[in-house]
Structures are given as structure tokens and as C-alpha cells.
Design a protein around this ligand. Structure first.
Ligand code: NAD
Ligand code: ZN
Length: 255
């Protein structure tokens, strides 16, 4: 039955003009990075963090950097997992769909850099990238090695604004440049493939709904039902690492 759903999903994707992907923490579970919510989730174990993280950062940026260097609590666990993680077959499958010209763009809520590591090029990281830093004044992104942490908070070499980690915090607006790319891509899309997201966090959770409202197709892959399942044209129950490579095979067979 799953095989039939996968074949149908492949046909719908090939019949569409502009397929966009949306991924969440679930696609990286098989790379050893735990999601936040649900069974095995980091917050399920540690509890939800305060929802005003960005306001706390602005009030005391130095403390934020001290916390990062201590790497305690759920953030510490996340960092450790991110540092050792490697892409797995689901990440490579999405990169291959881009290479084949079937997937036009990928929006990820993940901060783990694994889509880029797998070779995806057209990627919007709506919640940023844990391996980068960003100036809160001019939005310039920096690689870790470009910014010295000798004095904290570090300041932007271009505008002297305060630098934070690029990962978007609670209470922090999504950087406008990324949000614009996401809105453009979702506006162009007539088919969206949602993988490993609970569709709980906005604005990303609204993207599949928007494509659907515009008359497009919604395909979902994940082991459990989500907020989106009832809206889906096809909802494939399974792990991303198992289902996505089969979807690529099916697409290639039909091409
Ligand atoms: P989530 O934690 O809310 O939901 C994860 C979803 O993935 C769930 O629906 C779960 O059923 C599903 N899932 C679990 N295992 C899976 C598998 N093997 N294959 C496919 N799906 C699987 O994640 P979210 O919706 O992305 O939202 C939480 C926020 O947490 C995101 O905004 C993201 O920024 C952040 N986050 C990122 C990472 C990362 O970068 N890897 C990790 C944890 C959290
Ligand atoms: Zn700056």
C-alpha cells in the first residue's frame, strides 16, 4: 500500500510545474538528531524552553554567549548531536530530486546544515543555521571561524551590530531575506512535499496550507499523523530515510 502511495506521489510530482519541499526535525532523526516534540523529543524530556528567548538575548547578549559556551541543558544536547551528524539517504534523496529538476526549492526548518551537506543547493533555512552567525543589525551571515569569541558578544565586522548565532530564537522575527524567499517559492508552488515536520510552528506550518488553498497538491511523509494529514492528497506513513529513496526511484522510473 505504501508502494502505491509512493508511486502516486511520484506521478503527482511529475505532473506538477513547481514542486517545493518543506522539511522539519523529523528528517534528521535518522542522522541522530532528536526532534523537539513528540516521542523521544528533547523538550519532552527537558520541558519547553522560555518563549521569550530573543528578548532575553537582547536584554543580555553576553549571557547568551556564556550559555552557548557552557552547552548545558537541551541546547547542549542539540549542539553535541549537530556537531557529529551526517546526512542520511533522505537528505541525499532530496538533493537528487533537485538535481533531476523535479524539486525546484527546499524550505527547511532545520538548523543542522544537513541538506547543504548532502548537496542540495536551492535551500532556504527559515530558522537559520546553527553553524553560522548573524548580525542582528544588517543580517550579514558569518561562518564560525570568521568571528572571534575572545570578547562577547562579538560585533559585526561590517556594521558593529551585535552578533548572535544564526538559529532563530523564540520571539525573534524570521530574517526578512529568508522569509521573502520562502514566500516567493510557496507562491510559485503547485505541489509541496512535506517531510518530518509536525506542522506546528508558524510561518512554515502555513506553507502547505497556502499551496493547498491555491489549488496545489500536498504530499506528506512521516511516521505519525500531523496537523496536515487531513489536508493531504497523499500522506505516506513511514520514516523519511526509507520512503524518500523509494520516491526518487519511482520518479526516475517514470521520467
Ligand atoms: P517537530 O520536532 O515538531 O516534529 C518532528 C516531526 O517529525 C514529527 O511529526 C515526527 O512524527 C516526525 N518524525 C519523527 N521521526 C521521523 C522520521 N524518521 N522520518 C520522518 N518524520 C519523522 O519538528 P518541526 O516540525 O521541524 O518543528 C520544531 C522546530 O525545531 C523546527 O522549527 C526546527 O527549527 C527545530 N529543530 C531542528 C532540528 C534540526 O535542525 N535537526 C532538531 C530539532 C528541532
Ligand atoms: Zn552587521
Amino acid at each position: 500500500m505504501i508502494k502505491e502511495d509512493i508511486d502516486r506521489a511520484a506521478s503527482l510530482m511529475l505532473a506538477s510545474d513547481y514542486v517545493v519541499g518543506l522539511t522539519g526535525a523529523g528528517i534528521s532523526v535518522e542522522s541522530g538528531i532528536r526532534p523537539f516534540r513528540g516521542p523521544g523529543g528533547l523538550w519532552t524530556e527537558y520541558g519547553e524552553p522560555p518563549m521569550d528567548g530573543y528578548q532575553r538575548f537582547l536584554a543580555d547578549p553576553k549571557r547568551h554567549w556564556e550559555q552557548i559556551s557552557r552547552k548545558d541543558g537541551y541546547l547542549g544536547e542539540l549542539y553535541k548531536a549537530l556537531e557529529g551528524a551526517k546526512p542520511h539517504p533522505a537528505h541525499y534523496a532530496l538533493a537528487e530530486l533537485e538535481e533531476l529538476g523535479v524539486l525546484k526549492y527546499l524550505i527547511t526548518q532545520n538548523v543542522d546544515n544537513l541538506h547543504r551537506a548532502a548537496g542540495s543547493k536551492k535551500v532556504a533555512e527559515i530558522h537559520g543555521n546553527f553553524f553560522r552567525m548573524r548580525c542582528i543589525q544588517c543580517n550579514s551571515r558569518y561562518e564560525q571561524e570568521e568571528i572571534s569569541l575572545e570578547s562577547i558578544p562579538p560585533l559585526c565586522p561590517k556594521c558593529a551590530g551585535i552578533i548572535k548565532t544564526d538559529g532563530v530564537m523564540f520571539g525573534e522575527p524570521i530574517p526578512l531575506d529568508v522569509l521573502e524567499v520562502c514566500q516567493r517559492e510557496v507562491g510559485n508552488s503547485d505541489c509541496i512535499l512535506s517531510v518530518g515536520t509536525s506542522a506546528f510552528v508558524y510561518p512554515a506550518a502555513g506553507f502547505p496550507k497556502q499551496v493547498k488553498r491555491n489549488g496545489g497538491v500536498l504530499i506528506e511523509i512521516g511516521p505519525y499523523e500531523t496537523e496536515l494529514t487531513a489536508l493531504c492528497d497523499i500522506s505516506i506513513r513511514g520514516k523519511a530515510g526509507k520512503v524518500l529513496p523509494q520516491l526518487v526511484d519511482s520518479v526516475k522510473f517514470k521520467l
